[in-house]
Every structure is written in structure tokens, then in C-alpha cells.
Design a protein around this ligand. Structure first.
Ligand code: SF4
Length: 210
């Protein structure tokens, strides 16, 4: 009897840089692992969603990372950080901070898919206020917003939680927020609904600079 192969979804992108760009070499490597008639979904989160054989997952991830692609699990995880295009420059707009934040949080398991966003200046091209967790660089420090939601009649901007943060304070507070959500969020409870039920003030009181 022939055993049917199991396929799983995998989110792929080119990592954080000046815009969401991919190189032909990266697409060529990606195509090696896709069936001819496979569909590739392009999401609003600057990701391609592909399906790959589960028994080849480790190899696929390794080969994609060798050509500079980043991979993330699909489902109830923290998504990759949505960013702006850093038009004013890598250091001025805090790209290393965005990369480190993404490295720390993307792929963490949470009650429901969580969308974080980062923007390099208050013009806000990365739309941080319309995402679950939003970070905005302003001069030399960072502002942290929570609870934004972009869709339908529930659409609303996030609320400012802390400002004048250093990178370390930012990383630490985001870690704490995700931990509170993981601990107290109900199964499949969206983050914006969690903020309403658990309470913005509860969250603000629970987190601390360390
Ligand atoms: S948010 Fe600021 S730094 Fe980022 S792309 Fe927009 S204008 Fe440029």
C-alpha cells in the first residue's frame, strides 16, 4: 500500500530589509521543493505561504535559509514583524532593533495568530497602530502600542502602552505582553479581544521595566 505524503504550510519571506524583496536565486531554490501545480499564497504580512512535504521540512528550511530566506510556522503563532521600508536609512530607522525583535518573538506559540508591526518613524508606513502589537521609533527611542485591529466594523487603532523606551526595555516589555497573552488568553481568542476582556489597565499594571 502506498503511504500518502503529508504536506504542511510554511511561511517564507526575505527577512527584514529595505522593502519586501526576493531574489531570483531564492525563488529558484524555493521552486525545488514545490510541486508543479502547487499554489503559492501571497499574504498581506509580506509572506509567501507554501506547502512542503512534512518529512522534508528540516531540509527545506535549511536550504531556504542558506539563500537568505526566512521561514515561519503557520497558525497560532506570532507572525513575522511587518515593517516599513526604512526609507531614511538602516541605523536611523532602527532596522537592527526590528531584526532582533523579530528574531525574539516570531514563531512563538500564542492563543491566536498575533500580528506585530514596526515602523521606523512617526509617519508610520508599517501601520503599527493597526496591528496587535505596534512599535514606532521616534527620534532615539521607541513607542509601544497594543490592541490595534484593521478589519471590518471592529477596526480601531492600538493604544499607546509605553514610550521613550530603549531597545532592551522594548524587547523586555514585548516578551512580557506575549507571556501574559499566552498565560491568560483563551483558546483562539484574538489579541484585540483579549486586551478588551483582560483589560488594557491590567496589562499596563502587570508589565514592568526590568
Ligand atoms: S515609516 Fe518612516 S522610515 Fe519607515 S518607510 Fe515610512 S517614512 Fe520611511
Amino acid at each position: 500500500m502506498q503511504i500518502k505524503r503529508k504536506y504542511i504550510p510554511l511561511a517564507v519571506n526575505g527577512g527584514i530589509g529595505f522593502g519586501a524583496k526576493l531574489k531570483p536565486k531564492q525563488l529558484a531554490v524555493l521552486s525545488n521543493y514545490l510541486e508543479e501545480d502547487t499554489e503559492i499564497e501571497l499574504t498581506t504580512l509580506q509572506q509567501l505561504i507554501v506547502t512542503v512535504p512534512e518529512d522534508e521540512l528540516d531540509e527545506v528550511v535549511q536550504k531556504l535559509e542558506e539563500v537568505g530566506l526566512h521561514t515561519y510556522p503557520v497558525g497560532k503563532f506570532v507572525k513575522n514583524l511587518r515593517t516599513c521600508n526604512f526609507c531614511k536609512g538602516e541605523l536611523e530607522e532602527g532596522m537592527p532593533v526590528a531584526k532582533e525583535l523579530n528574531r525574539r518573538i516570531a514563531g512563538q506559540e500564542v492563543p491566536f495568530t498575533l500580528r506585530p508591526a514596526y515602523t521606523g518613524c512617526p509617519i508610520g508606513c508599517g501601520e503599527p497602530l493597526m496591528n496587535d502589537i505596534g512599535v514606532m521609533k521616534d527620534q532615539e527611542t521607541f513607542e509601544l502600542y497594543i490592541g490595534g485591529y484593521p478589519k471590518g466594523r471592529d477596526a480601531r487603532p492600538g493604544r499607546l502602552l509605553r514610550k521613550n523606551l530603549s531597545p532592551e526595555e522594548l524587547f523586555n516589555l514585548v516578551d512580557q505582553i506575549i507571556e501574559i497573552y499566552r498565560e491568560h488568553g483563551k483558546k483562539r481568542e484574538k489579541f484585540n479581544r483579549f486586551v478588551d476582556r483582560f483589560g488594557y489597565k491590567q496589562i499596563a499594571d502587570a508589565i514592568s521595566h526590568q
